[in-house]
Design a protein around this ligand. Structure first.
Ligand code: BTN
Length: 246
């Protein structure tokens, strides 16, 4: 086992990602180490947002990886592998799971997990990766202005043992990471595509120019979203260049 080979538990931290990055800079942290906490006072989400998580209710982890086999141009594979590991874990408990590009994990139309991947890149090498994961497990009420949070408890009405959940999650992530190490990129890419939220369905989107109707076709190897318009033309988007409308 690589992911989960070492567990570092802290009762509370500002942010497991920030802490993990400091550890990597200062110490030798073995690959696959998981930093886990019960509470983050400054949990970080994408685009500078906060990540809400009630104390002792959810999984809040950061994994330290040294993916030197991945070229920085293919770093989206890391996001792909981590997203799929989370989906594999959730599938043990619920259905209707999808990945909203680039890496929000959804159940139906609600977000159950978020991923914050931070890569340290030097030239052509990814020196290290901190893969931060927040999965809503037992929290029942969300107070932040996040648009659509949901937890496993909200979906199933059950409560879950966080230690058991962590162990299953680590093994699911480990399997996906090993596919990455063994260069099974096709499996990772096709599994990601098959779980892509709203793929092949016509919906409204907004880019810098306008609101338009389109359908998601796929994600490029560099992680750009490819949307077809009603006139048959294709557009490629980077993160935050296109918004999903209802
Ligand atoms: C998102 O905005 O969807 C990403 C959320 C990522 C949250 C996790 S919780 C554990 C890790 N530590 C952080 O500060 N953020 C990530």
């Amino acid at each position: 086992m690589i992911i989960g080979s070492k567990l570092l538990f802290y009762k509370n931290l500002p942010s497991t990602n920030t802490f993990a990055a400091a550890m990597v800079r200062e110490n030798s942290v073995p690959e696959g180490s998981i930093i886990i906490t019960d509470y983050q006072s400054a949990g970080r989400g994408q685009m500078g947002n906060r990540w809400e998580s009630e104390e002792n209710k959810n999984l809040l982890i950061s994994i330290v990886l040294f993916p030197s086999m991945i070229h920085p141009a293919e770093q989206f594979l890391l996001s792909t592998a981590v997203s799929l590991g989370i989906c594999d874990f959730l599938r043990a408990h619920t259905g209707e799971i999808s990945i909203k590009w680039p890496n929000d994990i959804y159940v139906k139309n609600d977000k159950i997990a978020g991923i914050l991947i931070e890569n340290s890149i030097m030239g052509d090498i990814i020196e290290h990766t901190i893969a931060g994961i927040g999965i809503n497990i037992n929290q029942e009420i969300f107070i932040s202005n996040a648009p659509n949070p949901v937890s496993l408890a909200n979906i199933t009405g059950k409560q879950y043992d966080l230690t058991e959940s962590l162990s299953l999650l680590a093994s699911c992530l480990d399997k996906r990471y090993k596919l990455l190490i063994s260069e099974n990129y096709d499996i990772l890419r096709s599994d990601y595509l098959s779980l892509l939220y709203r793929r092949d369905q016509w919906h409204k989107y907004q880019d810098q120019a306008e609101i338009f109707t389109g359908r998601i076709l796929k994600v490029s190897d560099t992680g750009r979203l490819i949307i077809e318009r009603e006139d048959g033309s294709l557009n490629e988007y980077d993160f935050k260049e296109v918004e999903f409308l209802l």
